[in-house]
Design a protein. Structure first.
Length: 319
């Protein structure tokens, strides 16, 4: 088996040289091969994953060594293939990894040890998970619009300037965003589903006044905010949280609950939560949407999306 370590050299604060030295030492005792590929520009991780997958198929594992951006690119390179991805959370936010490893406080050393990468006894389970297909691209974690996109954008800038802040950069980004009106406009036409009965129904609104709209395959984003605590990665449906446009005083008591993953529709008349399978979202005036996918902003003025059921093979820690 070939293990292709796709490394974002500027992601996170961990001592990658020390980590990879220990892993290389373990691989010397194995018949498996360790290959390190560093990225140098946007899209590199996707191209590297795609190239090795075409050459080796299920006989290689792509090891994501970075943050959510690296995972996003690799998912786009591997979607629909037999090649699995293993996630070593070496980025700043590591939001998707929080879902995979079941904790907001990830210890990358423990993840590496659990996969046996230090000991030379590599072990993992491969399971297929869903993705979100949006305009032909793939989202592995959360697609969001409005307030949360502004927080993501500012938080990423803060984290780049002060890396030591880590995910706290996103918490700091909330404050300047809240100084602006929490009213944005969007159009949507979405196929929702009753999770208990499987019955589908339509949710449609034009020129909708909203504050944020999070469509979730996983649970965490923005450095640990949790719009979908009970999301399931392979259930063929997406969780969503829609927050109507509101005033700052009305928003303030909701933010801690939203961050902690305990916000419910009973907390406020502005909160709407449920499940969906597909839909169309487009801007009111034809300008680019105020939205992002897996923490990366996009410039579409219209998004057509759907669940891509069990489209990606993912390595989980063996139970």
């Amino acid at each position: 088996m070939k293990y292709i370590f796709v490394v974002n050299p500027i992601a996170g604060n961990d001592d990658k040289n020390r980590i990879f030295a220990r892993i290389k030492s373990a691989f010397r005792r194995l018949d498996d091969e360790m290959i390190i590929e560093e990225t140098s520009c946007q899209g590199d991780a996707m191209r590297i994953a795609e190239r090795y997958s075409k050459e080796y198929g299920k006989n290689c594992v792509i090891v994501s060594c970075g943050g959510d951006g690296t995972v996003h690119e690799i998912a786009n390179g591997l979607a629909g293939t037999d090649t699995p991805v293993m996630i070593l959370p070496l980025g700043t936010g590591n939001d998707f990894a929080k879902k995979v490893y079941g904790t907001k406080k990830i210890n990358v050393e423990n993840v590496i040890k659990s996969f046996g990468l230090y000991s030379g006894s590599i072990k993992y389970d491969v399971k297929p998970i869903d993705l979100i297909d949006y305009n032909g691209e793939k989202c592995i974690n959360v697609m969001s619009y409005g307030l949360d996109t502004r927080v993501e954008t500012i938080g990423r800038r803060i984290a780049a300037k002060v890396p030591a802040l880590g995910h706290q950069a996103y918490n700091l980004a909330v404050f300047p965003v809240l100084c602006s009106p929490l009213h944005y406009s969007i159009n949507y036409d979405i196929t929702c589903v009753n999770k208990e009965t499987g019955e589908e129904f339509n949710m449609k609104c034009e020129n909708c006044d909203y504050a944020l709209f999070a469509i979730c395959n996983a649970s965490y984003y923005g450095g640990g905010f949790c719009p979908a605590p009970n999301s399931v990665l392979d259930d063929g449906i997406l969780d969503y949280t829609l927050l109507d446009g509101l005033s700052l005083p009305a928003a303030m008591p909701l933010i801690p609950k939203y961050s902690a993953g305990v916000l419910t529709e009973q907390d406020s008349k502005y909160v709407h939560m449920g499940y969906m399978k597909s839909g169309r979202i487009w801007s009111v005036d034809g300008s680019p949407l105020l939205g992002n996918c897996d923490g990366e902003n996009f410039d579409y003025n219209e998004i057509n999306f759907k669940v891509d059921h069990k489209a990606l093979k993912l390595c989980f820690i063996k139970e």
